[in-house]
Design a binder for this molecule. Structure first.
Ligand SMILES: Nc1ncnc2c1ncn2[C@@H]1O[C@H](COP(=O)(O)OP(=O)(O)O)[C@@H](O)[C@H]1O
Ligand SMILES: [Mg+2]
Length: 491
């Protein structure tokens, strides 16, 4: 119902109440006679003041007053003056009606105010209920998400845990339970590095300053095993952006590490065996085959004195001399006796000279001014790397010259082999960088020798040439720690 219709209805009701009161008064005349004309009028006033409001009530009072004045106050059926009693009756009616209307209106107002307040209250409650419903749904959704994520983390094979800023564990997944043997209940609240007795490759505080870090850590499991893990750290931040902790994801690589270690030991052993074998074959060639050939040449020389078949004999002598020379060369290349007798410097000089003659490449060799004898395995490593390095220059670089610089200090010996050839292609270098089994034998062998002795081998290559740098430590302690990085980088 629109506002206007409601007003019209209220006024109509007020008017009808007035008219109704008049008709009822008329009908009651046989009982009331001509006295008390206003009896039924009160009903109309009360009704319209209560239900219809001030305006309709006044309308009702007006209709009733005029009607009663005309019909029921003597002289009847006339608007003429009705004497003092008529006038005072009308005035009394009007005054009381005014009181009734005022009272009715105030009651009506407080009534409608209460209704309005009730309505507001109801609306507020409904809104509140709706909001609570929405919030609950959102909360349930969020909880479901978190549970789902946590379940996913539990499915992961890795040990995943979260540390708050002082290093205390606040989350510990199933993978971590399997990896370390500690249950979430036991681990949560403990300091991670104490629980796992972590051994760090760099100072702990240094790592914790980084946004992300990855590397290898050594951890202790609940049953006292030391394991190696590949660890990835991610710094967590709170809403203000301040560091609030770290997420650590750890993968067990203990088996892989020990397999690698075994492979490394094996290849080191193979290299040593190879050196021994070469030395043995070199000696056999020299001592056995070489001696027979020398004896044969002596006989041929004597035969030459008899002057029979001179051409044939001199040919045979020529061939035997060639055999003796070749055998010596092969023997010496396999293992130069100079290396054992006079040391790396002399052996290098001898080797470089022969290499230069055979390849036509100009070699400049810079040795330390006052060379001294180095440990045997260091001298062998230097010589083998020199051999492989120069062979590579000859076979792959197309360089016409090469420089070799050897420098010596109390702590280490360093050898650089620099050529000015075409360099190593990026794809090949990447393979060499990879350092896996796909890497070719020569470079892999050089690196292995360096690693065996706790040293390093670097290769820098550009289209203008290649630089191979070998560094071997000479201190005792260095020999014991053979785990040093070999870097190969393309400059
Ligand atoms: N001095 C060099 N100049 C250019 N390329 C080189 C040089 N040394 C090595 N290489 C490249 O690196 C590869 C690996 O060398 P290496 O391990 O000694 O194996 P190999 O000599 O048997 O091929 C070579 O095949 C070659 O392509
Ligand atoms: Mg090679």
């Amino acid at each position: 119902m629109t506002k206007t219709t409601a007003v019209v209805v209220r006024y109509t009701l007020g008017a009808l109440a007035g008219i109704g009161a008049l008709l009822l008064r008329d009908a009651l005349t046989p009982f009331f006679g001509e006295n008390n004309p206003y009896h039924t009028a009160w009903l109309a006033v009360v009704f319209s003041a209560w239900y219809c409001g001030v305006g309709p009530a006044i309308t009702s009072v007006a209709i009733v007053s005029v009607g009663i004045w005309y019909w029921f106050v003597p002289p009847f059926h006339s608007f003429a003056a009705k004497g003092d009693s008529g006038l005072s009756g009308l005035l009394g009616f009007l005054v009381f009606s005014a009181v009734i209307i005022a009272f009715g209106e105030s009651t009506r107002r407080s009534f409608s105010n209460r209704e309005k307040a009730d309505g507001d209250l109801r609306k507020a409650r409904e809104e509140l209920e709706q909001r609570v419903k929405e919030r609950t749904a959102a909360l349930e959704q969020r909880t479901a998400e978190v549970v789902e994520k946590a379940t996913l983390l539990d499915l992961a094979n890795d040990g995943i845990f979260i540390k708050t800023a002082p290093g205390k564990i606040s989350y510990w997944n199933r993978g971590a339970e399997r990896l370390y043997g500690w249950t979430a209940g036991e681990a949560i609240g403990k300091a991670a590095s104490e629980l796992l007795q972590t051994r760090f490759p760099a100072p702990h505080e240094q790592i914790e300053r980084l946004e992300t870090w990855q590397g290898e850590l050594s951890h202790l499991t609940r049953d006292g095993r030391r394991i190696t893990v590949a660890s990835r750290w991610t710094m967590l931040r709170d809403e203000q952006g301040n560091p609030s902790g770290w997420m650590e994801i750890n993968t067990d690589i203990t088996d892989r590490k020990s397999a690698e270690e075994a492979a490394r030991r094996l290849s080191g052993r193979i290299l040593t065996l190879q050196d021994d074998e070469r030395r043995r074959i070199a000696r056999e060639l020299h001592d056995s085959l070489g001696q027979y050939l020398a004896a044969l040449k002596m006989r041929l020389d004597m035969l030459a004195l008899s002057k029979e078949e001179p051409q044939l004999i001199s040919d045979a002598i020529g061939i035997v001399e060639q055999c003796i020379k070749e055998t010596r060369t092969i023997s010496h290349l396999l293992h130069p006796p100079l290396l054992d007798e006079a040391g790396f410097g002399s052996a290098a000089r001898w080797y470089v000279e022969g290499f230069s003659q055979r390849s036509g490449i100009k070699v400049s060799l810079f040795l330390p001014p006052a060379p001294r004898r180095l440990p045997r395995e260091v001298e062998i490593a230097l010589f083998r790397v020199l051999q492989e390095g120069l062979t590579n220059v000859h076979r792959h670089s197309a360089s016409t010259s090469v420089e070799i610089r050897v420098s010596l200090s109390n702590e280490q010996v360093q050898m650089e082999i620099q050529d000015y050839g075409q360099g190593i292609s990026p794809s090949t270098l990447a393979l060499l960088l990879d350092g896996g089994i796909r890497a070719s034998v020569g470079v892999a062998g050089m690196r292995e020798r360096a690693r065996e002795l706790g040293g390093s081998l670097q290769i820098k290559s550009a289209p203008t040439g290649t630089l191979v740098t070998l560094i071997l430590p000479l201190t005792d302690s260095a020999e014991k720690y053979t785990i040093l990085k070999n870097d190969i980088a393309r400059s």
